[in-house]
Design a binder for this molecule. Sequence first.
Ligand code: TYC
Length: 113
Amino acid sequence: MTDKDQWRAGEDDGDEGDTSVVVKTRSRTKRPPLYKVLLLNDDYTPMEFVVAVLERFFGMNHAQAFEVMLTVHKKGVAVVGVFSHEIAETKVAQVMDFARRYQHPLQCTMEKE
Ligand code: TYC
């Protein structure tokens, strides 16, 4: 390339006349929100039924399930798991259906963490 070739109009010499700007925005990857599934106490649902619910739908062993059931019994409410929105919704529906099937007033809800 001769010296003159560098100054030709329309050619980007990297020094001037370059109007394009590349802007990189850092993409922030958000984790999906999590939801607590809560079990509520009542006076009528049998303790063993609650234990069975915790074993069946929340993968607890008998000792864990018994302990969590007692916590709900004494404190009125306990978090029994934390899940994505879809999984939490499914757990709540499974517990509510199971309780209804056996005509127990057991209540299960979810709330954003
Ligand atoms: N309170 C109930 C009883 O005395 C037992 C119970 C525990 C019910 C936990 C609901 O989420 C519950 N039979």
